[in-house]
Write a protein of this length. Structure first.
Length: 520
């Protein structure tokens, strides 16, 4: 059997880093970890190829070669996924689909031949058995959650590694919290399931043997959910493995704000090579946090927590949301003030969206407040719900926030605030070639041709005199800023074009919603 694994293309989004990757000659930020893990679950005698549309085009000869196509995608990739499915159908190749996009809403894809939903550890084996017996069903799903201590290591050899900026591995699945806008628990549950420390070491060894020396993203939705195992088992073994193998690359991950409460855990993470964490802060407003089920972010000084984490040596990247029911027009200035004062350079600010499978989605549906299907891109300036705040005020406030936060003056101020707060890890192994090329290109594109050149050079000179060890990070953040501004401009232009059509649809939906509320 010849299996072609196709990973759809990401649109130009905040997290694609498309415009930043050009500075280091890469095509994509991360590889399709799910697909290369599924590749390891296929029978040994099957041939398999990967086409990641983010780094390589899909060619007719690829489809001619294949007996079957496997497609996996997230919601943000839905447009490209539909195009891939249609192309496969025209070529007469059967399509098998899985991953978050299809698990959440597979009925929307009638051209897919077979769905392998939920976690592949549970459903792929049944699909393979039925394929062998010639009695394939259309949908394979599971109610349980997989034991990932038996999950095989990803098949790194089918990747074109040199085209990626970072690699990815997974330590745990699930999240203990109940945020009503998040679909993580709908997909992976509340119970935390982990791989063994030896699995993680083996996967990192596999990356080293494949020649990878760059950064690695631990894709866990909440890396610190199983603190005791991290502190007693994984992190100490990871520290020893790095020391005995002279490993110098860096790791980054996602976690919750209560990381700030555990100095021991932060110190262990830094010693194990972690230097960045993404945290869903969402809003500085306690009322909104309580209403959306994010109580673990309440009754704490969020600004102080962020600083504590950055002092420990972990740069905080933050997720923020506007459009909660309790939000008033003052939320925009409050969010701006918090983000600027915190020094969170990579601040992902989005309008609240309701994703299928979430408590928010069900509530909006029952209240008649759903407008459309979510785009999956929570920073594209759109929402799929009827907000309690006047929609035009919400859109205008959001645009104001994005323009302010990513204007060169304010962006570079945040960079310098971060560098004052952040304890930079010791640079081991010297400046890498990619970093040197990024600096050289940034001096031309940002320092000579860019509109931000005054702020760029001011920040670099300040860093050279005050935080010289932070220069590589300063250059990286300057390049990120270029990408964020490009994406902001793109989304704002699209929002202006779509504004009239969206407003008419929205007004009609709101009018209908109000009529329903008036009925006894």
């Amino acid at each position: 059997m010849k299996i072609l694994l196709i990973y759809p293309e990401f649109p130009d989004t905040f997290w694609s880093f498309k415009h930043a990757l050009k500075f280091i000659g890469k095509k994509a930020a991360l590889p399709p970890l799910g697909m290369i893990t599924v590749a390891s679950m296929l029978p040994d005698n099957w041939e398999r190829r990967l086409v990641d549309l983010n780094v390589s085009p899909l060619k007719i000869k690829d489809l001619v070669w294949a007996d079957m196509v496997f497609v996996s995608a997230m919601a943000v990739q839905q447009r490209s996924a539909r195009e891939v499915i249609d192309q496969c159908k025209r070529a007469g190749v059967k399509v098998v689909a899985g991953g978050p996009l299809f698990t959440s809403d597979h009925e929307q894809f009638p051209n897919v031949d077979h769905f392998v939903l939920n976690e592949a550890e549970l459903t792929l084996s049944q699909f393979l058995e039925d394929l062998d017996r010639g009695i394939l069903q259309r949908v394979y799903a599971a109610d349980a959650f997989a034991d990932i201590s038996t999950t095989p290591a990803p098949q790194w050899n089918i990747l074109e590694m040199r085209k990626y900026a970072s690699m990815a591995i997974q330590f745990s699945r699930g999240c203990p919290y109940h945020c009503d806008f998040c679909n993580v628990t709908a997909l992976f549950g509340h119970k935390i399931r982990t791989k063994t420390s030896q699995q993680i070491i083996d996967e990192l060894d596999g990356l080293r043997e494949a020649g990878w020396k760059g950064s690695v993203f631990f894709v866990d939705d909440n890396f610190i959910a199983h603190k005791s195992y991290l502190k007693k088992e994984l992190l100490p073994k990871l520290i020893e493995w790095r020391r005995s193998n002279s490993v110098a690359n860096r790791y980054y991950t996602e976690c919750s704000i209560n990381l700030a409460d555990d100095s021991e855990l932060m110190d262990l993470m830094v010693a194990a090579g972690f230097n960045q964490v993404f945290i869903g802060i969402e809003t500085p407003d306690d009322l909104a946090l309580q209403a959306c089920g994010k109580q673990h972010n309440t009754s704490r000084n969020l600004l102080d927590n962020v600083r504590r984490i950055q002092h420990a040596g972990l740069e905080v990247m933050g997720g923020f949301i506007v459009g909660f029911d309790s939000d008033t027009p003052s939320i925009f200035s409050k969010q701006i003030e918090f983000i600027q004062n915190s020094g969170i350079v990579t601040a992902m600010v989005g309008l609240l969206q309701a994703l299928p499978g979430t408590g928010l989605y069900e509530r909006m549906k029952s209240e008649g407040r759903l407008l459309c299907t979510s785009s999956g891109d929570n920073v594209d300036g759109n929402t799929n719900i009827i907000s309690k705040m006047d929609p035009e005020i919400l859109r205008k406030g959001y645009r104001t926030m994005m323009v302010h936060l990513y204007a060169p003056k304010h962006y570079y101020q945040r960079v310098m605030t971060l560098l004052r707060e952040y304890r930079v890890p010791e640079l081991i192994g010297g400046i890498q070639f990619d970093q040197f090329m990024a600096f050289a290109r940034s001096t031309v594109l940002l320092g000579v041709l860019g509109r931000e050149r005054f702020h760029y050079w001011k920040m670099l000179l300040w860093t050279s005199f005050n935080r010289p060890r932070s220069l590589p990070l300063a250059v990286t953040l300057a390049i990120y800023g270029h990408h964020f501004r490009q994406v902001c401009r793109l989304h704002l232009r699209q929002a202006e074009k779509q504004g009239v059509v969206s407003s008419v649809k929205e007004e009609n939906a709101i009018a209908l919603w109000k009529l329903k509320k008036m009925k006894p």
